[in-house]
Design a protein around this ligand. Structure first.
Ligand code: NDP
Length: 268
């Protein structure tokens, strides 16, 4: 069988949470380019509208659906899921991508911050996965891909709550993979540093950044010692998500793909 036949996802439906920026937006574009239908959500109306406009300038708008939804709100995810199913009739791939990191050390992370971070990292996976589960089970290629972080395995001091939450999240994802097999495959990618909305915000907040975003990113990559010498691009993360979210990876579940430019210090 030809690779293009295995990989024919024309007419299948992909949900990307946090699809209005960065990795999520690049993922939406990647699946649209493969002829799938794509539904995205996010919290900021303006950002979501801009993303919808960008996608519909390149692809037929009857294959694109966008709706405001905060993934930490069960009601909003239920409402989003109902609209997606009304619109496309079913869902084949769920990409749990929405989220952001929290910069803080143990000494300055208060109880509220711990609660917010643990809530985001766990319920951004739990609500969409539970709510779309029945629908994914009906698909011939049901798949969940979670966008995680290398911090799960390699914590950093200035990201203490995010690192701990990512470790728990990865553990949860592996349990889901066991329980949802054989109907739904569940995998994740572990990101190191990918240039996105989050990094642009950090650049803008850095008073010593100067004006050149590219030079700032290059400097950060060198300081960190990323072996490939640069930040990843959102589309490079999207291609790994694409592999895990399509029948290309039909015998892979409970697995992770490292997208860190060699920053991982682990064997295996
Ligand atoms: P961006 O800031 O570019 O994109 C984040 C997206 O998630 C936006 O669309 C944002 O929209 C949405 N989002 C955030 N919180 C919520 C929420 N509660 N409900 C719904 N949507 C939400 O960043 P990235 O592309 O970098 O982030 C994508 C994922 O990758 C995140 O989970 C991030 O933590 C993870 N990651 C990224 C790394 C990197 O180096 N870029 C490193 C490790 C992990 P809005 O704000 O409008 O809701």
């Amino acid at each position: 069988m030809k690779l293009s036949e295995i990989n024919n996802i024309s007419g299948r439906t992909v949900v990307v949470t946090g699809g209005s920026s960065g990795i999520g937006l690049a993922t939406a574009e990647c699946f649209l380019a493969a002829d799938a239908n794509v539904a995205i959500c996010g919290r900021d109306k303006n950002r979501l509208n801009l993303a919808y406009q960008e996608l519909s300038s390149k692809f037929s708008d009857d294959r694109i659906f966008a709706k405001l939804a905060d993934v930490t709100s069960k009601e909003q995810v239920e409402d989003f899921a109902k609209s997606v199913i009304d619109n496309f009739g079913g869902v084949d791939t769920l990409v749990n991508n929405a989220g952001q990191a929290r910069l803080s050390k143990f000494a300055d992370t208060d109880d509220l911050a711990w609660n917010e971070e643990l809530n985001l990292k766990f319920f951004s996976i739990i609500y969409p996965s539970k709510i779309f589960q029945t629908c994914l089970e009906k698909s011939p290629s049901g798949s969940i891909v979670c966008v995680g972080s290398l911090l799960a395995l390699q914590p950093e001091r200035h990201l203490v709550a995010t690192s701990a939450a990512r470790a728990g999240q990865l553990n949860l994802i592996h349990s889901m993979a066991q329980e949802m097999a054989p109907n739904i495959r569940v995998n994740s990618i572990l990101i190191g540093t990918v240039q996105s909305g989050q990094w642009l915000k950090r650049f803008e907040a850095d008073k010593n950044s100067g004006n050149d975003y590219d030079a700032w990113l290059k400097e950060k990559a060198l300081t960190k010692g990323i072996p490939l010498g640069r930040f990843g691009k959102p589309e490079e993360a999207a291609r790994a998500i694409y592999f895990l979210g399509t029948p290309l990876s039909s015998y892979t579940t409970g697995s992770t793909i490292d997208v860190s430019g060699g920053y991982s210090r682990h064997v295996g």
